[in-house]
Design a protein around this ligand. Sequence first.
Ligand code: ADP
Ligand code: ASP
Ligand code: MG
Length: 478
Amino acid sequence: MYQQTVSIRDLPADRRHPEADGSEQFPGLEQMALRTRTKLRARDLIVQKYGGSSVADAAAIKRVARRIAETREAGHPLVVVVSAMGDTTDELLDLAVSLSPSPPAGELDALLTTGERISVTLLAIALAELGVPSRTFSGKKAGLITDGVHGKAHIVNVDPHRIRACLKREEVAIVAGFQGKGLKKREVTTLGRGGSDITAVALAAALGAGMCEIYTDVDGVYTADPRVVPRARKIDVISNEEMLELAASGSKVVHTRCLEYARRFGVPIHVRSSFSRAMGTLILPGQDQESDWDHKPIWERAPAVEQPVVSAVLRDASVAKLKVIGVADGVGKSAEIFGLLADESAEVDMAVQSTSSVRAGGSDISLAVPSRDGFRVRAALSAAQGAIGFLDLQYDGLIGRLSLIGLGMRTDAQVFSRLFKALSDAGAEIELISASDIRIDVVVRVAVLEDAQRAVQLAFGLDPAGNDQAGEEAVSAP
Ligand code: ADP
Ligand code: ASP
Ligand code: MG
């Protein structure tokens, strides 16, 4: 990462980021920078990503254009990544499915990427009206190379030389999110739903940006989805690792793969609303990453006593459980199973290996995967039963996962005794459990999932979702 040497506090006001004005009303980047001992220079590159709701109509696009103009006037080179307008991607998808229940994957990708391409050109038009020079880029032109898997491509390389040239000309680079060029066939591929976040962070990493700003329709990251849990608290600063835990538990405000990418390359992210000037949530790379950020994980900075041990209890009903029974003893058997899951591109949420109940010396492996992957994984494992050598395979689609998010949970024995008591009072039998310092996952029957969530929330002094005081913490609505 580049050297950050000058504090924005030292810069003349006219060269600061428009939101680094230090006013009490809009604390902005300066306070945040001071609090986290981060220094962002006015000439540092910023990557801004605007989600679908931020460019939903002409008025919204104008608002985005004004914001871009201000950031540029403050001296920041700027790369802007945009999503398709409003519900465009859903509408295109519906249209395709109305013509064929399973449209060819390549055609579908080509169709869906048009949504983002409309947004970039409209934004360029709005910027031209403000006298701001810009250049538009498809994912391919921006240099995003993917593994070529249609519908859920992964980025394998970024070659942003055209964007660098554009920035050198002092033009704003506007990039269509969610897409890239396949490595071998050079076909257009999409990164999966919500993938513009990944585009933004990949460009921020490749270009060494000082900040990746994700603009959306809520004013930051909350302890739970603020539209579902009215009493959810906004988080000012969170470590990337902790944010990953929140995202994996269903808080889909930033794409999980975007967070993983940011973590790997030490990219700081600022999640904020494009509808207000308020400071959002700063997601900082962890200490294990090479970065210039003098950052301690949130649980080390804050005395644990000030924090509630459990800050959120989330549930996810779209989980399937598989149990591979009687896996033969032998080195590499689990590797074979996980290799097969990787070939299926299945996301394994939890995996627990135990001594087999039916095969002496063997093991049983239980897995939780997202429901959408469940049948595919079952079919692949069944087909490989002979080759891998296990005795039986059980599948259960009627399960769900409860996730407790908090701080220092694994080391607090009280947490487990309270959790087990609450679950047993709710009649919820634990089928699988896994724990880290900041997250505990339990898999239970889907029929008892809601009761279990309520019981656990009450046990940890949290209000069950939407129970009372609705709207107490208002969200900046679009
Ligand atoms: P965009 O179109 O800008 O990419 P998304 O729909 O992907 O926006 O993400 C924003 C939405 O994420 C919010 O409207 C909110 O309902 C939802 N959300 C889910 N979990 C959280 C959370 N923990 N904090 C904030 N927002 C959340
Ligand atoms: N337009 C795409 C989607 O709706 C990508 C994105 O918004 O990030 O999934
Ligand atoms: Mg999104």
